[in-house]
Write a protein that binds this ligand. Sequence first.
Ligand code: NAP
Ligand code: ZN
Length: 349
Amino acid sequence: MKGYAYQSPGEMGWVEKEKPRAAGIDAVVRPLMISPCTSDVHNAEMGYVEPGRILGHEGIAEVVETGNQVKDFKPGDIVAISPVTPDWRTVLTQKGVPQHCHGLLSGNVLSNSMDGLMAEYALVPDADMNLAHIPSGVDYAAAVMATDMMNTGFYGAELADVQFGDTVVVLGIGPVGLMAVAGARLRGAGRIIAVGSRPVCISAARDYGATDIVNYREEDVARQIYKLTDKQGADKCIIAGGDERALGQAVAMVRYGGTIGNVNYFTTPGDLSISNSRWGFGMSNKTIRCGMVTGGRARLEGLLSMVRYGRVDPLPLITHRYQGMEGIVPAFRGMAEKPPELIKTLVEI
Ligand code: NAP
Ligand code: ZN
């Protein structure tokens, strides 16, 4: 079978591999729609995966083969795939971090320790726990956006502990940040301040519930938030973009007792710094929470239910669609280059 794989830092290309076979609790799927994630781009740029690794962890697929212990899925089912497919039988999973079931990011299996979804076939570990049925009436492209973008953006809103009436800053409004805006709104935020610069993202942020826009290119972000909130700071900040200054900016812009929820993947080497005075010399009661999304079937089926019943529509995230396997190349390039009019790409295989 054919797959689109990491070759060397910044280099991707087609590879031929054996079609995987399903055994035990695993399933083989045939990807029908996939979307490249900015994390795939980070992995490819930084060389965080081994050469020849097929990338891709956002998609929907047809089940083609199941192991003899798979109970709830059968060949022919159209399913959404969790972007994080943890081993659900480990001590760290039982302690609440399935995404790190065997160590840092080890639940992020597809496109990391196993081949991902940018291929004619893919093996999904523990199908009953990591696949999700797509409710009738849910557009397949919307289901793809639910797998990782809604999942992660909403996770940011959860990590930041958004409560009714909160003033929330969403730092970065690519597809993840836009879903964080939608998630903050659903959790009852009052004011939502979205930080970005590209008009296409700013317009989408307003549609998803942003009440204010801050352009990080114009002036220091924390200073702008400080001014907008009458020097009080925001209650919560969700980091979904930004450079190595983002954590320090978030600490500076939240009020005493405020919470920061980070879902950004900081790939820049070196330390992230926080100003001691803005940290209140360790006395400010500001909380930082961070992480990769937990993954799994229950969470994904819940998100798909929210799409099914009209609580959120992730379809406007998709600005560019491509057809066929060969569409993976421009779709991936688009996510790497982020031209002004692009939010997210989709490939209909
Ligand atoms: P994206 O499309 O690149 O969006 C990044 C956003 O950050 C854009 O709105 C961009 O603004 C903004 N930005 C760039 N530089 C900034 C700065 N200096 N200050 C403030 N904002 C800045 O990325 P994405 O696809 O939404 O993904 C966001 C992050 O989530 C990535 O790091 C990705 O790897 C990570 N991720 C994490 C998980 C997880 O499980 N935790 C899952 C998926 C993705 P403009 O483009 O408008 O200028
Ligand atoms: Zn991802």
